[in-house]
Design a protein around this ligand. Structure first.
Ligand code: FES
Length: 79
């Protein structure tokens, strides 16, 4: 099943498959998520999902059970 992933603040929307790693989805969408360890420990890749949960993109895959997912990349330069 496909999930529509919307990346903010660039407002890029792309289709992804359940279970696809978020970093792969972002790369396909041309969206840059900063990474460090790629193992879930450094939090460099933290992004906000659906305006509430902060997740680490490097250890997160597209979850089942949703048709759409909004990912916010904190591109605020003061962050
Ligand atoms: S790259 Fe280090 S936690 Fe994701």
């Amino acid at each position: 099943m496909n999930v529509t992933i919307r990346f903010l603040p660039d407002d890029v929307t792309i289709e992804a498959e359940v279970g696809e790693p978020l970093l792969d989805v972002a790369e396909r969408a041309g969206v840059f998520i900063p990474t460090g360890c790629l193992m879930g420990t450094c939090h460099a890749c933290s992004v906000e999902v659906e305006g509430k949960d902060i997740i680490r993109a490097c250890i997160t895959a597209v979850p089942p059970g949703k048709k759409e997912l909004t990912i916010n990349l904190f591109s605020d330069p003061t962050w």
